[in-house]
Design a protein around this ligand. Structure first.
Ligand code: FES
Length: 134
């Protein structure tokens, strides 16, 4: 199952990168997309990812209070909430979208978030959009 991890360029991406450097194993079906900051996230990015075949989207940003652009991650969390509502209105499980905040050295937390999403997908299955395609 395909998971898109939208990470900020600072903590999110660094943690994902560090996971690789440390040889931590996580689902190879995760595609990391690097945003300057999660504050750049728009609900349309999430909807497009799902429309284009993602089964889930993980937004990974800095810890609250540590965003390089001050409140980008706070704004991102609001947009994640809005996107979850939109997904629900479209008949798509809002659980397919999650946001996690972490520090750049918390590679294990990135791996845990990916694993958590993979386990969630085992329960809810592939995206209803992908089911229609097959
Ligand atoms: Fe990481 Fe803004 S720079 S969330």
């Amino acid at each position: 199952m395909k998971v898109i991890a939208m990470t900020c360029s600072f903590c999110g991406y660094s943690a994902a990168d560090l996971a690789g450097v440390q040889g931590r194993q996580y689902d190879p079906d995760v595609t990391v997309i690097r945003l300057p900051c999660t504050g750049r996230l728009d609900t349309k990015h999430v909807l497009r990812a799902i429309r284009e075949g993602a089964d889930a989207v993980l937004v990974v940003g800095c810890l609250e209070g540590n965003c390089n652009y001050q409140y980008g991650n706070v704004e991102a969390r609001k947009r994640v909430g809005q996107a979850k509502e939109l997904l629900g209105q479209l008949g798509i499980e809002p659980e397919r979208l999650e946001m996690v905040n972490l520090a750049s050295n918390q590679a294990w937390l990135f791996v845990e978030a990916v694993e958590g999403m993979r386990k969630r997908l085992e329960v809810i299955g592939e995206s209803p959009i992908n089911k229609v395609r097959t």
